[in-house]
Design a protein around this ligand. Sequence first.
Ligand SMILES: [Zn+2]
Length: 213
Amino acid sequence: MNMSAIKHHIPDHLLAAYSAGNLSDAFALVVATHISMCSDCRASLEAHHMTGGIFLEDAPAQDISAGLKGDILAQLDNPFRPEPVHERRGIYPGPLNAALKAQDPIWKKLGMGVHQSILSADSEGSVRLLWIPAGQKVPDHGHNGLELTLVLQGSFSDETGFYGTGDLEIGDEDLEHTPTAGPDMPCICLAATDAPLRFKDFMPRLLQPLFRI
Ligand SMILES: [Zn+2]
């Protein structure tokens, strides 16, 4: 994988929240998985850890300027020190492989060739893997809250752009999108939400609790 090909990264406020331990488990897993794939975000996280530990001991983590970040990184022996290591397994980076307990996901049919594997779902939110056939369009859906979608294999495109392997899409209430998997191979994503999705046509709303999406 060409790591430098990653175009869509973790926004600074989310990195700060992750660094401060303020993300739900579902979002934290997606963030940790992206970080394990992305040296840029790893370096930014180091900067947040440093500012959190040294300058902002009793204050909430805040965005830091690029200049400050550069100064901090210059002082670190090894700014690209990885997060605690779990081994990558196939397309599943370490943190995700750990969440899967080093087992293959159990896929369930969702319709139109799309499969999902739910890793966890509760009132706080959910995190799951999605398997979308090459070239398949996923029906229009909106969000009640935040949705993070990380591409593990293949790619998808929607109204907001192109997302290749390692890219992270941030969806919020305002995003109503129709992702389409790239033509070359099935697209496999890790997706976390803090609220149920609002599918328009995908399945009757009544069935949503059944599928826990
Ligand atoms: Zn990144």
